[in-house]
Design a binder for this molecule. Structure first.
Ligand code: HEM
Ligand code: HEM
Length: 228
């Protein structure tokens, strides 16, 4: 912005580099969309849809793990039954949300906040990839076992599977690893939340704001310029 009261010569304005026209037209459209819509991601913050997916899934994971922690600590009681009774149904919802989140992430890949250069950024990429991998595999093998068992499965009352003959190979992966991988996922989530706390209260950077802070329209985002 020119200092107040000073009129800018026409030539100065003419020679200003225009980053929008220098881009190919598809990138230009994408940048313009990110600059105006609070729903999609922009380089400085996650948009409303990514946040909705992130936080709704975080709540459902909390539900799953509270239930299973109660089950293994206090056993099958009415309290743990509230959570565990819908474990498979909630697991299916998480699986569907994960597929939508993956597609949405790919659609936004080029404009969503990027990771820091260097070791911290590399660890963040690997950590997020590992979270995605386990978020996919844990419910997937659970559903495969459910199908392979041949027992009926009617999530939220909608008949989806069985009854049919058992298929042993479909049950084997979950029998071997569903619980184990789910606990590894819980450990990763704990590490993820710990790192968010470190970013917010130790390094005091803008990373947490990209998922937690106010959703701006993308033209003046909170983390703009802070690549993490
Ligand atoms: C992402 C979603 C899911 C998470 C985080 C999750 C997590 C867990 C955890 C932590 C356990 C306890 C393991 C133990 O006792 O040590 C468990 C058990 C179980 N889960 Fe899941 N689960 C998910 C999805 C599913 C799905 C989709 C199904 C089936 C449709 C399923 C079926 C079961 C069954 C039958 C058990 C009890 C037997 C076992 O321990 O393997 N889960 N799950
Ligand atoms: C209290 C719980 C949580 C907090 C405070 C939190 C916070 C955050 C923040 C601030 C970011 C943005 C990081 C960045 O800009 O690079 C983020 C991204 C992410 N979080 Fe969480 N998170 C929580 C729970 C979870 C859970 C339960 C999962 C998965 C099981 C998860 C998976 C992810 C993933 C994969 C990303 C990368 C962005 C994306 O693809 O959505 N988070 N989280």
């Amino acid at each position: 912005m020119p200092p107040q009261g000073r009129r800018r010569p026409a030539l100065e304005i003419f020679h200003e580099p225009n980053t929008m026209t220098a881009m190919p037209s598809s990138s230009r459209r994408s940048a313009a969309l990110a600059a105006t819509s609070p729903w999609i991601d922009s380089p400085g913050r996650f948009g409303r849809i990514s946040r909705w997916l992130h936080w709704s899934m975080a709540l459902l994971f909390l539900w799953q793990f509270v239930g299973m922690v109660l089950k293994v600590t206090i056993g099958r009681t009415p309290l743990s039954g509230v959570f565990v009774g819908v474990h498979r149904d909630v697991g299916l919802v998480l699986f569907v949300l994960l597929l939508l989140r993956g597609l949405w992430g790919l659609y936004n890949l080029r404009r969503r906040p990027s990771h820091q250069p260097g070791l911290v950024g590399l660890l963040a990429v690997l950590g997020h990839l590992a979270l995605y991998g386990l978020m996919l595999v844990v419910p997937l093998i659970g559903l495969m076992r459910q199908y392979g068992s041949g027992r009926p499965f009617a999530p939220f009352g909608v008949p989806l599977m069985g009854p049919s003959d058992p298929i042993p190979w479909m049950m084997a992966p979950a029998n071997a690893a569903h619980g184990l991988l789910a606990w590894v996922l819980l450990a990763l989530i704990a590490g993820h939340v710990l790192m968010v706390v470190v970013h917010r209260f130790v390094w005091r950077d803008e990373i947490a704001q990209r998922m937690i802070g106010r959703v701006t329209d993308g033209s003046n985002p909170p983390g703009a310029g802070t690549r993490a």
